[in-house]
Design a protein around this ligand. Structure first.
Ligand code: FE2
Length: 156
């Protein structure tokens, strides 16, 4: 039986989030761009370059979280916390794949200049992705609070 459970270090995870101001700023910028009235007016090249930057920053963010925020604990983790932690950690891979695809699509659009609707579709795709990323972040924030309260109230 595998007795190692996934858990988090709430202080480290919080710190990674607080320190990543550039990621938050960039996310906000892209979101505002996509929310603007005429999405298809977004310059394709600029869109491709901000999405590529976002992809790289997100990769770094997830890597830091997984290296310092999450860890495997052999014994003492509360089961509900461990389930949550495992499910949230798994979301990183999926979210990153989606981000890669968005950046790739933007790159293709900026190269081909073909379908003007492409940028609009991509903007909607990003808004959708952003919503799920925010849900993920909210889940981790709740997990941080949960882990702190378990520490205060004793294990379990
Ligand atoms: Fe995360």
């Amino acid at each position: 039986m595998d007795t190692h459970k996934v858990t988090i270090n709430p202080a480290f995870l919080q710190e990674i989030k607080d320190d990543d101001v550039q990621l938050l700023t960039l996310l906000q910028q892209v979101r505002e761009m996509c929310d603007s009235v005429a999405q298809s007016d977004i310059p394709a090249r600029r869109f491709a370059s901000v999405l590529a930057e976002l992809r790289d920053r997100l990769a770094m963010h997830f890597a830091l979280e997984e290296a310092y925020g999450y860890f495997d604990d052999p014994v003492t983790v509360a089961p509900h916390l461990s389930e949550q932690a495992e499910s949230l950690r798994k979301q990183h891979g999926k979210l990153y794949e989606e981000m890669v695809l968005l950046a790739e699509t933007a790159q293709n659009i900026s190269r081909s200049n073909s379908d003007p609707r492409g940028v609009g579709n991509l903007a909607r795709g990003f808004i959708n992705f952003h919503g799920r990323l925010l849900d993920h972040e909210e889940g981790e924030n709740e997990l941080i609070l949960d882990a702190y309260s378990i520490d205060i109230g004793g294990r379990g």
